[in-house]
Design a protein around this ligand. Structure first.
Ligand code: NIG
Ligand code: FE
Length: 423
């Protein structure tokens, strides 16, 4: 035996979904989950140290878990969330059900700007507590790594406040958070008449400060008609890159805004939404190896008629990932399993493709593809035991939480699913 002693063994998986791959999964490989039937894996010092068949897993270990023929898979990676905000927008939800559009609500001062008003009023402690409860719920649904964006502060003090909350939460919570600076989420009320001054604030003050203090790994922009146009988006993303922040973008969500082209041109690590990308935009993204982050929760919740050309993206060889887009306006969904169901039902992904998109490709969308997202030797031992026998059941039992046990860096985690607490 190579290892005298390991810290944890998980054996007897009916299906061990290894997701082994030399990079993000594209094309036909997207549907290859690297399944080992009767599989097992072992962890030492928080890392996966062995993967194989249960009958060969004769290690001496303090802990041996019997998966009893169920599915064992890598923890979900949620590469696009707006985790930290105060308030909620159920009144806007009702207005939308009565026919008022998301864009009309935004133009009337609601939408993102209404969450900004609530978030500015909230203290760090309140925001921390709200985000922590949300993260607890996400963890109970199997998310072990997530991206978290700022974007509801939209001024110097409050944007930094949100990124500081993300930093302290990441240090204290089981779920690892990867922070993204999204000061360019919207033009705040006080800058409506002088948007250039707001862009100056982002490029001259906030980006340098965020980078200096190591508060974010990525810089994101909402590139959309009426929000930031392609020229402004490029300026902001280039400035972020100058300061070491890799580019992300909300692209072509509500209309064809040229966002996919911007993503490819700046070499963005990911572009999200993509309901209206041009063919040229998709080709540019593929050449830049930009990951297309698909957000079916937002498509459902905004009742979008135009859906992203997902099959075309897969055919073109673009890596596609899935995320919740958790936020109070367009996608208040916590759990990745629900997102998998929606991606199959709305976007036509197969269950296997959806699993790859929600694990390994999602990890690549936040630059962590070499560390998490698959069960391979040397990666973090972030594992889920699910109470299903086939991976196809994950999207099939729609709205059901299949997560029986979460393991984070080799430790068994007690999860508690508490929902939003309203004082
Ligand atoms: O990704 N599109 C921009 N941002 C969010 C929505 C934010 C909100 O409505 O509060 C999104 O869908
Ligand atoms: Fe978003």
């Amino acid at each position: 035996m190579i290892f005298d002693k390991v810290d944890l063994v998980v054996r007897n998986a009916g299906q061990l979904l290894t997701l082994r791959s030399g990079g993000p999964k594209v094309g036909k490989d997207l549907a290859d989950l690297g399944i080992i039937e009767g599989g097992a894996t072992a962890a030492k010092d928080g890392k996966i140290c062995w993967v194989g068949l249960s009958q060969d897993a004769g290690f001496s270990s303090q802990r041996v878990l019997d998966a009893c023929g169920k599915v064992v898979m890598p923890g979900f990676v949620d590469p696009h969330t707006h985790l930290v905000f105060a308030g909620s927008r159920e009144d806007e939800f009702e207005q939308r059900l009565k026919g008022v559009s998301y864009r009309e609500i935004a133009e009337g001062g609601g939408g993102i700007r209404s969450t900004v008003r609530a978030t500015r009023k909230a203290s760090r402690e309140e925001l921390f507590d709200l985000a922590k409860r949300r993260l607890d719920v996400m963890l109970s649904w199997g998310t072990t790594t997530a991206e978290a964006k700022s974007g509801y502060g939209l001024n110097y003090t409050d944007e930094l406040k949100l990124l500081e909350v993300i930093r302290s939460l990441s240090g204290q919570h089981t779920v690892d958070l990867v922070p993204t600076f999204l000061g360019a989420h919207e033009v705040p009320d006080e800058y409506r008449e002088e948007r250039e001054a707001y862009i100056d604030l982002l490029t001259d003050e906030l980006i340098p400060e965020v980078a200096k203090r190591g508060l974010a790994r990525f810089c994101d922009v909402f590139c959309e008609e009426g929000v930031f146009d392609p020229v402004e988006s490029r300026t902001i993303l280039w400035r972020g890159q100058e300061f070491g922040l890799k580019a992300k973008i909300h692209a072509d969500e509500l209309s064809p805004s040229g966002g996919a082209e911007v993503a490819g041109e700046v070499g963005a690590i990911s572009a999200a939404h993509l309901n209206y990308p041009s063919e040229r935009g998709l080709a540019t993204m593929r050449d830049a190896r930009t990951v297309a982050v698909l957000l079916p929760g937002a498509s459902l919740f905004l009742k979008e008629n135009d859906l992203p050309p997902v099959r075309r993206m897969v055919e073109l060889g673009l890596p596609v990932a899935l995320a919740t887009d958790f936020n109070p306006g367009s996608s208040p969904v916590y759990g990745m399993p629900v997102v998998l169901s929606l991606s199959c039902l709305l976007f036509g992904l197969t269950p296997a493709e959806a699993v790859s998109a929600a694990t390994l490709n999602a990890a690549y969308a936040i630059d962590l593809g070499e560390r998490v997202g698959s069960i391979e030797v040397g990666k973090d031992a972030d594992l889920l035991i699910l109470n299903v026998e086939s991976y196809k059941e994950i999207p099939y039992w729609f709205g059901h939480n299949p997560v029986e046990l979460v393991i984070k860096r080799g430790e068994i985690i007690k999860t508690s699913a508490r929902t939003e607490n309203r004082e």
